[in-house]
Design a protein around this ligand. Sequence first.
Ligand SMILES: NC(=O)c1ccc[n+]([C@@H]2O[C@H](COP(=O)([O-])OP(=O)(O)OC[C@H]3O[C@@H](n4cnc5c(N)ncnc54)[C@H](OP(=O)(O)O)[C@@H]3O)[C@@H](O)[C@H]2O)c1
Length: 361
Amino acid sequence: MDDVARIRDRIDELDQEIVRLLKNRHENAKALGRIKSQRGLDYRDPEREKIILSRIERAATSLDLDPKLIRPVFEQIFALSVQAQQDHPEKSAKRLDQARILIVGGTGGMGRFFARFASLQGAKVKIAGREINKTRTAAKEMEVEPGTILDAASSDIVILSVPTAETVRVASETASLMAAGSLLTDLSSVKTGISDRVAEKIPKGIEYMSLHPLFGPSTDHLHGQTIIAVSYRPGQKWSKLVRAFQRSGSKVVTMSAAQHDRTMAYIQGLHHFGLITLGIALDGMGGEPRTQSLRETEARIASLLDNWDNIVGIQLLNPFVPPVRQKFLELTGNLAQIRPAQASGVKKRLASNVQKWTRKL
Ligand SMILES: NC(=O)c1ccc[n+]([C@@H]2O[C@H](COP(=O)([O-])OP(=O)(O)OC[C@H]3O[C@@H](n4cnc5c(N)ncnc54)[C@H](OP(=O)(O)O)[C@@H]3O)[C@@H](O)[C@H]2O)c1
């Protein structure tokens, strides 16, 4: 590829990245618009705009970019932001209109994400954790109500966001309190031996769907995200919740518990295992210098530590992970013995996998 084509390709990639970032900013502005509307605040805040502009101009100067070029770009972004705030989804805010939603494990990462989501959709949200003071603090931060597991009795929808290994126990306890016609969901990252056991234990008359959001708690919004649903007992409450997910731009993919775990054995199990192995093997490295590519891989490895209990839970509880790990070990053994004549065969196999990855789940 000549230099012009290569640079153009890079610019195309950067343009796509800019659009993704603008979309992210837009969704956050819409969420802010809804909160401002509830509190009767102005959409435009000239003081804040001045502060941001001077911060941006300083950043531009430090990168040798002319601040005069950057300023109009940001003025335009502010105008779009104000438009997005005014255009906040008042109607969509009613997608879960007045539904009483309890998030058990609402003090944790995913629990907080769904508490914020449900609240923005107009639901009356309560969160429950194990310690009341921690629960109160988290509820205050998110402007939802603190509650306890006993609130399951008066909730339309209960979302369990507790560690995978605790899901069956907490689900049985919670479901025994719930009223007929209400919906129980969990977010467990492993389904076999978990969601199928929950389905056996919960009383008849309660809807039950086991979900797996394929994103982490640092996600800003549901737009463009995928949620896997293992369907056990869908009903009216599930229809309402799934509509709220879909209208917020997420894709809900239904599959069986075994299909889910077989897929996740690669997407999570093998992926994490490979990164953990690499992270530990890198301990022979003597520090600097590093390539940009290694820094990016290191950041990915480091992020595993933020979600360590879930990652270990997937390795230990997903029954499809051990055979995939074994295959990986055999493969690394074989590849370590590779002879020059075999290199093109390995490249061919790798290239064929790379082609398949363009298919999205
Ligand atoms: N993180 C992700 O990227 C991700 C993505 C998809 C799905 N998930 C799934 O979402 C669920 C929650 O994950 P998370 O990352 O949000 O975890 P987290 O941040 O550690 O939160 C876990 C929550 O569960 C509560 N908890 C901890 N131990 C408990 C126990 N023994 N009994 C009852 N409650 C307990 C904690 O509340 P208190 O300590 O306040 O009681 C906390 O609110 C897991 O099932 C996970 O597999 C996670």
